[in-house]
Design a protein around this ligand. Structure first.
Ligand code: ADP
Length: 335
């Protein structure tokens, strides 16, 4: 039965087991209509399982999930016509054009009134409308994938890692499109490995770990509630700077070859460090003081960085891997 509600998604005590394996462990949350909701978690945390239960693809072991007021285990056909899904690594036919791709999926999903031009405009692909799929860059393919997810003018759009593998510029272009969706009043459920993406776009963020929700709030509340330090970055420093800061009782870490980062609890500490460096005759080229970000919240809550590449060297997202690599290189340089 459909119930009119302010929530696009209601998840109540959801559990999913695969045999002995408990993958989703009694989680509850709601997604308001019109919000961008981000799901964060390391690989194997249970994100895809949860999302695919909401999308009606998998069946829960126990618990209740309602999408637009409808029970996902019962109203599958009605639900599917009201949601859009961008799967991970969207792909299409090489030789058909952008416009033909949207038209094709529109016919496939039996959408009589798809606004093909409107969709092309929304994802900013007007100039590429006659381009074949195979000639599109990764970012353009993802934007086309978003257009395809919208052919049935869905109320709720699920995007599974929409910017993974894109360069920073292409990623920003996709963000623009996602903000456009939000402005159109769509509810967007986003799975992402990129903290800055969640921080920039999401109204609410859930961090899930081993099938349990360990945090749920707006990005700014999560940051304010969990990390109460600032991050000082000193650029182009030598070992002398590192040693002085360490001897003062702080815990500097190498950010890359020549930068160090220090967590500070008080603004006064910045001045203290600068004074000590001056007295010690240690130089650096620049400095930056910033508020903590979602990445640091995630690290604090899970003790891990987000796992992006299972085949990668020990996991972690791109900055984390770069950071580890440069730290290792730095240690090698020192040894
Ligand atoms: P995430 O999306 O956060 O990476 P998943 O939901 O894909 O996590 O997987 C959570 C856990 O459930 C993993 O340990 C995974 O191996 C397991 N899993 C997922 N799907 C199945 C399945 N169909 N059968 C058995 N185990 C599964």
């Amino acid at each position: 039965m459909t119930k009119e509600t302010e929530y696009a998604i209601e998840v109540e005590r959801l559990t999913k087991r695969y045999g002995e394996l408990l993958v989703v462990n009694d989680i509850s949350f709601t997604v308001r209509k019109g919000e961008v909701f981000a799901f964060l978690g390391t690989n194997g945390a249970g994100k895809t399982t949860t999302v695919e239960i909401i999308e009606t693809i998998r069946t829960p072991t126990s618990g209740k999930v309602r999408l637009l007021g409808m029970d996902v285990t019962k109203g599958k056909r009605d639900i599917v016509s009201r949601i859009g899904v961008l799967p991970q690594g969207f792909n299409s036919f090489d030789r058909i054009t952008v416009r033909e791709t949207i038209q094709y999926y529109s016919r496939l999903f039996r959408c009589r009134n798809s606004d093909v031009d409107g969709l092309i405009e929304l994802v900013d692909l007007k100039e590429k409308a006659q381009e074949q799929f195979k000639n599109l860059s990764g970012g353009l393919k993802q934007r086309l994938g978003i257009a395809v997810a919208l052919v049935n003018d869905p109320e709720v759009v699920f995007l599974d890692e929409p910017t993974t593998g894109l360069d920073p510029r292409a990623r920003r272009e996709v963000w623009k499109v996602l903000l456009g969706l939000k402005n159109k009043g769509k509810t967007v459920f986003l799975t992402t490995h990129y903290m800055e993406e969640a921080e920039l776009l999401a109204d609410t963020v859930i961090i899930i770990e081993k099938g349990k929700i360990i945090a749920m709030d707006s990005p700014s509340e999560l940051i304010e509630g969990n990390v109460n330090y600032m991050v000082l970055t000193l650029q182009s420093v030598g070992e002398k700077v590192f040693e002085i800061v360490r001897k003062m009782g702080f815990e500097p870490v190498h950010d890359n070859h020549w930068n160090i980062k220090v967590q500070l609890e008080h603004t006064d500490d910045v001045q203290k460090i600068l004074n000590a460096l001056k007295e010690g005759g240690a130089s650096f080229l620049g400095l930056d003081v910033r508020k903590p970000n979602l990445e640091e919240v995630f690290l604090k809550l899970t003790g891990k960085t987000l796992h992006e590449d299972p085949a990668g060297e020990g996991g972690g997202n791109e900055p984390a891997r770069r950071w580890r690599k440069s730290r290792r290189e730095h240690q090698e340089l020192l040894s």
